[in-house]
Design a protein around this ligand. Structure first.
Ligand code: PAF
Length: 288
C-alpha cells in the first residue's frame, strides 16, 4: 500500500491492501469503478461521490472479461500516473488498482449472467460483454462495500444491468446514475474518443445529433417509436464516415423495444462505428 505524502490517494493493489486501507475510514463511503484513462466524465462522478460521501474509493482496472476482442483490450489506453493525479484533484481517498489475479484469484470460476437485458443492444453486438461487466462490478462492490456507487448515464444499458444485479443479488450500495458529460460540440466523453482520427472527430458528433433529432421530434409531438428510430437512423445515414449498428427506442427499465405511440419515458440509444471506433450514446426522454 502506498500513500504519497497525503497528496495522492492511498493506492491499494491487493484485496488485503484494500481491506487495510478501508479500516477506520468514516462513512458514508462512495465508490466509482473505472477502467482508468480518466476524462472529465469520470471526474464528474468522482466529484459527485466526493460531495455526497465522507470517504471516496475508486477502482482502476481494465477488466479483460468484458472485452470480446483481444485487439480492443490491448488498445485500451492506460496512464496510471495521470489517472492518480486526476483522482487526487477530485479528492479520492483510496484508489484500488488491482492486477487480474487480485480480481480473479487463481481458480475463480463464478460468472454472472444478467439474462435477456444483457443480450440486446450492446449485448447483441458484444456477446459476453455484460456478463464480464456484471461479474466484475459484483466483485468490486463486494470488496469495497460502498454506501453509494456512481455510474455514467452514457453507458445506459450498463447502468440498467448494474441496477438489476444489485437488486437481484442484494449487493451492497445504492446505484447513482450521473448525467453524461459532453464536449462543447456534443460528443459524449469517452476513453475511446482518443482513438478517433482527426478526420473522424467531427463526424463522431453524429450520435449526439441523432439523439437531438429524435428528442426534438418527440418534443414536437411525435410519439411513434418507429418515427423516433427512423429520425436517428436518417441522421447517421447522412454521415458518410459513420456506420450505424443500432438505433433503439426502448423501455428504460427492461430495454424492450417500444412499439407504437408512447406516453412514458423512453431510452433513446445508438451505437455506430466511426472510422473503426465503436461509439455509443444515449438519452432518456419523456420523463415526468
Ligand atoms: O464503465 C466502465 O468503465 C466499466 O464497464 C466498469 C463499470 C468500470 C466495469 O469494468
Amino acid at each position: 500500500m502506498t500513500a504519497d505524502a497525503g497528496t495522492r490517494p492511498v493506492v491499494a493493489r491487493t484485496r488485503a491492501e484494500l481491506r487495510d486501507a478501508l479500516v477506520g475510514t468514516p462513512g458514508p463511503r462512495g465508490f466509482v469503478p473505472t477502467m482508468g484513462a480518466l476524462h472529465d466524465g469520470h471526474v464528474s462522478l468522482l466529484r459527485r461521490a466526493r460531495d455526497e460521501n465522507a470517504t471516496v474509493v475508486m477502482s482502476i482496472f481494465v477488466n479483460p472479461t468484458q472485452f470480446e476482442d483481444a485487439t480492443d483490450l490491448a488498445a485500451y489506453p492506460r496512464d496510471l500516473a495521470a489517472d492518480l493525479d486526476r483522482a487526487r484533484d477530485a479528492g479520492v481517498d483510496v484508489a484500488f488498482v488491482p492486477d487480474v489475479e487480485a480480481v480473479y484469484p487463481h481458480g475463480s470460476s463464478t460468472t454472472i449472467d444478467p439474462g435477456a437485458i444483457a443480450r440486446v443492444l450492446e449485448g447483441a453486438s458484444r456477446p459476453g460483454h455484460f456478463s464480464g461487466v456484471a461479474t466484475v462490478v459484483a466483485i468490486l462492490l463486494g470488496l469495497v462495500a460502498p454506501h453509494r456507487a456512481y455510474f455514467g448515464e452514457k453507458d445506459a444499458q450498463q447502468l440498467v444491468i448494474v441496477r438489476r444485479i444489485v437488486r437481484d443479488l442484494a449487493l451492497p450500495g445504492e446505484i447513482v446514475g450521473c448525467p453524461t458529460v459532453r464536449e462543447p460540440d456534443g460528443l459524449a466523453m469517452s476513453s475511446r474518443n482518443a482513438r478517433l482520427a482527426p478526420a473522424d472527430r467531427a463526424a463522431a458528433t453524429v450520435l449526439h445529433r441523432a439523439l437531438l433529432a429524435a428528442r426534438d421530434l418527440h418534443g414536437s409531438g411525435t410519439t411513434e417509436a418507429d418515427a423516433l428510430r427512423a429520425a436517428m437512423r436518417a441522421v447517421v445515414a447522412a454521415e458518410a464516415r459513420a456506420r450505424l449498428d443500432y438505433a433503439s427506442v426502448a423501455d428504460p427499465e427492461i430495454l424492450e423495444e417500444a412499439q407504437g405511440p408512447q406516453v412514458g419515458p423512453l431510452l433513446l440509444s445508438l451505437a455506430a462505428d466511426v472510422g473503426g471506433v465503436r461509439l455509443i450514446d444515449a438519452e432518456t426522454i419523456g420523463r415526468p
